[in-house]
Design a protein around this ligand. Sequence first.
Ligand SMILES: Cc1ncc(COP(=O)(O)O)c(C=O)c1O
Length: 450
Amino acid sequence: MPEHELNRRAFLCCGAAGLAAASSMSTTGPALARSVSTSKTLAVNGGDPVRTSPFPSWPQITGNEEQQLIDVLRSGKWFRGGANRATQFEGVLAKTFGTNFALATASGTTALLTALAACDVQAGDEVLVSSYSFIASSSVIFQMNALPIFIDSDPDTFLLDPELIEEKITDRTRAIIPVHHGGYPCDMDRIMAVARKHDLKVIEDACQAHLAQFRGKNVGTFGDIGCLSFQVSKNLPSGEGGACLGDDEQLLDYCRWYHDIGTDRKQNKGYYIDYPGTNFRITEWQAAVLLEQIKGLEDRAVHRQKNVDYLCEMLADIEGFAPARFVDGGNRGAFYNLHARIHPEKFKGLGRDAFIRALGAEGIPCWGSWPRPLNREACVEVSLQSRGFRRLFPADYLDQYPAAQHCPVSEEICNSMVVISQTCLLGTRTDMEQIAEAVRKIYDAADTIA
Ligand SMILES: Cc1ncc(COP(=O)(O)O)c(C=O)c1O
């Protein structure tokens, strides 16, 4: 493959940083990846695996977490009221992401629920949402007794296709939830433009996308509210945890009241419940861990992006292994996972499931992401048939709803996706060379896999 073509693919896959990396590594990277091959017999067929050592483990203790937890324990201040760690963490979080306000919550799911409540999503409303994501992106909409309207994906970015948003808007539509899935930034220019045109709220699901950037700005800071998850697998972990980010003081105040039993503690007027609310509060334990974990967040994001650039560049000539393309303007991924599609017709006929088996056998952990788009989970039908939904929506509307939600591109993505975890991407350049080596080895011997 000509070098300019190789660089073009690396750029499309990995964004602007990819081009810089590709131009500096184009003579050594692929050559190196080809040269480290040891055994040509695939491990899945009984040969030696490319790799036998584990990748970095997760979560990692990166600082003073242990002492911080003991301090919370001994202080007796385990609840955020009257303590300061949660508040302190919110300050650091807002500064790190670049918003005026941050509110820590018990989880990413409760952050999304809080955001929906603050955006006044009510029973009988509709909310547009990415169709290829983790279940929480849409289950929260059902929990508000509203209907998710699923947007199909772009076949190359694997993210919500902004072109398809406008045709789904009705007089019931109240908000859009774009998901920066896998830590890849959505096209926030196009999403915000259509939202503003139709006066819709935007709640960014950035639960997998800590410090991913679109046009140099962190995702989660474009819409009315951005939501994060600190569940243990996430790039910023505390076991469980989440946050709402935003610049609008009134909206973030509403989030604070809603997540804290509907009371405004700042007014200090005692037990008066002025708003609908619940308990989605974070604990001081979580905040103590997060205050330490957040210190390395930026460095880890830079490290993953460099590794992904290098990896994509090494694999640029294997067209059947197609990493997610960055949207125009997307300039950094968080890479909660590396997303790539296997195209059998360009991979000597090898299917995705066989590829996953073969790559796993070579010592590279990988899996297939979500088995089906959100609109086809069985829980959708349960809500549609519920007494409450039958009262809220016309029967014929609910009856034609499943067919109207069909998302053919998300279906294809579910059947062809391969996912490599962020923990592998925290490895060394040699680790990336081994991943590339394993993919190339499988490609070369694809016709030997039963
Ligand atoms: C895209 C997405 N949204 C929302 C969530 C919910 O976050 P949590 O598990 O912290 O409730 C997750 C968690 O995996 C997620 O991946």
